[in-house]
Design a protein around this ligand. Structure first.
Ligand SMILES: NC(=O)c1ccc[n+]([C@@H]2O[C@H](COP(=O)([O-])OP(=O)(O)OC[C@H]3O[C@@H](n4cnc5c(N)ncnc54)[C@H](O)[C@@H]3O)[C@@H](O)[C@H]2O)c1
Ligand SMILES: O=c1ccn([C@@H]2O[C@H](COP(=O)(O)OP(=O)(O)O[C@H]3O[C@H](CO)[C@@H](O)[C@H](O)[C@H]3O)[C@@H](O)[C@H]2O)c(=O)[nH]1
Length: 439
């Protein structure tokens, strides 16, 4: 099948590469000329484990092509994916200007029947808007299908190739047949495809993200209560996660959810509710709790140093919003850097993959270390923001030798409490007992 993917970011590049891997010829289109140039030369533009191997193989086989030219990219394409940004607009609702802009262009240049597939996360009713925007200029038949994407960054290739489910929203029989053909390789491997109407498919994506954000937030609130009540949230997590109705996943408390999806999608669903005159109370609480949770450790750091952070140097491990990605969109680390600097502290940071992106965003406001141990050299405390595997079993002796004080503020609950006590660390984590050995 000949496929076009408009928008070659995290979702577009994964979608394009994975469909090339199942034997299709894919042209990825992007307005960012430097991105297209890099990709055409075989240089990846994002860090996503496992994607580079598939990218290289399919590029060499000429099944994966890149262009900035929309008309060239969609030539003879049976399906055209829209994997464009849907960032929050001024009022928090999803901004559809990228999607509708491209839809408008497509209407002018489409010269054959194609299925236009919305892979971006878009509010209920968007497929109708896309249809209208294309139809305004279209001279040929076309269908618009909603096919939301559920991949997670860091494990995107696996999520795409072995999805829990594929959701396809369409009322067109003609489009359904093409979608069945497109996803046949995944279905043959036992991954279910669920067909429904467009509006339900659009709502499914927001419901999934909002539910997961709520699940994490619920655990964060339980953790906050555990701290007050003298319970241990890790025990509680294990205790409830074994109930198959609850499930083990997405129960990890911490310094809140971040990333390019949960924060914006929870907000956008809230806006959709308001538009329809519905007061979606849980969503409001989820957003409020998560906002507070992100900088939850800051007051404890201040308190540890007698209320004063001026002249203190704080080392931060982890900048990406989660491990195995270089994505820093809505990363809790950025909020903590801001809060620490506002309180007068100097900040030294280390991240295995996300440093370049942070440098682009905040430049010289922090010092960048080349290794976790360089970051803590002469620092007054260590804060952990992201659970990269390499932070899980550090050389604690090396760490103690480098730090001015043996104190760790851990936003991801990486270490065992007994071990920290034995090692002689002051250790503050989320929803668990504070270990204080120095006082
Ligand atoms: N990142 C994720 O993990 C993820 C997962 C599922 C769904 N989504 C959704 O998918 C959509 C895309 O997200 P993303 O993370 O891939 O975004 P992204 O910002 O990484 O990529 C979007 C790409 O679109 C390009 N673009 C913008 N305008 C264009 C135009 N007119 N023509 C061609 N290209 C254009 C940009 O240059 C960019 O490369 C969003 O709606 C997002 O909510 C994201
Ligand atoms: O138990 C958990 C699990 C996750 N998180 C945090 O939640 C955020 C999101 O994590 P994750 O869902 O793994 O990453 P994303 O790549 O943002 O993926 C989410 O957002 C995508 C974009 O819509 C969807 O496609 C995915 O299904 C959905 O999981 C991160 O800040 C994590 O640190 C926790 O705090 N505790």
């Amino acid at each position: 099948m000949k496929i076009a993917v408009v928008g070659t970011g995290y979702v577009g590049l994964v979608t394009g590469t994975c469909f090339a891997e199942t034997g299709n010829t894919v042209t990825c289109i992007d307005i960012d000329a430097s991105k297209v140039e890099s990709l055409s030369k075989g240089k990846m533009t994002i860090y996503e484990p496992g994607l580079d191997v598939l990218f290289e193989r399919n590029r060499k086989e000429n099944r994966l092509l890149f262009t900035t030219n929309l008309a060239e990219g969609i030539k003879d394409a049976e399906v055209i994916f829209l994997a464009l940004p849907t960032p929050p607009g001024e009022d928090g609702s999803a901004d559809l200007k990228y999607i509708l802009g491209v839809a408008n262009e497509l209407g002018k240049i489409l010269d054959h029947y194609a299925v236009i597939i919305d892979k971006s996360t878009v509010p209920v009713g968007t497929s109708e808007k896309v249809h209208a925007a294309v139809a305004a200029n279209a001279k040929v038949d076309f269908d618009v299908v909603s096919n939301p994407e559920f991949l997670r960054e860091g494990v995107a290739v696996d999520d795409f190739m072995k999805p829990d489910r594929v959701v396809i929203g369409t009322n067109s029989e003609r489009a359904k047949v093409i979608m069945e053909k497109l996803y046949a390789p995944l279905v043959r491997q036992g991954n279910p495809v669920i067909f429904m109407d467009e509006r339900s498919a659009e709502m499914t994506k927001y419901a999934a993200n909002a539910f997961l954000a709520m699940k994490i937030t619920f655990m964060n609130e339980i953790a906050n209560l555990c701290e007050k009540a003298g319970a241990d949230v890790d025990n509680v997590r294990r205790g409830i996660g074994t109930d198959s109705r609850i499930g083990k996943r997405f129960l990890f408390p911490g310094i809140g959810y971040g990333g390019s999806c949960f924060p914006k999608d929870v907000q956008a669903l809230g806006k959709t509710a308001t538009e329809y005159g519905y007061d979606f109370k849980i969503l409001k609480s989820v957003m409020l709790v998560n906002d507070k949770q992100k900088t939850k450790l800051i007051p404890r750091v201040k308190e540890y140093f007698g209320g004063e952070l001026k002249g203190k140097t704080i080392a931060l491990w982890g900048l990406a919003f989660k491990p195995h990605t270089d994505d820093i969109r809505e990363a809790p680390a950025l909020y903590n850097i801001k809060a620490l600097r506002r309180a007068g502290a100097k900040v030294v940071v280390f991240d295995p993959e996300a440093t370049a992106n942070v440098r682009k965003e905040i430049g010289k406001k922090v010092k960048y270390a080349k290794s976790p141990y360089e970051a803590v050299e002469g620092a007054d405390a260590l804060m952990i923001m992201t659970e990269w595997p390499e932070f899980r079993t550090p050389d604690f002796e090396k760490l103690s030798a480098a730090l001015n004080n043996k104190v760790i503020f851990d936003g991801r609950n990486l270490y065992d409490l007994t071990e920290m006590r034995t090692l002689g660390y002051d250790y503050y984590s989320i929803g668990r007992e504070d270990i204080v050995v120095s006082k």
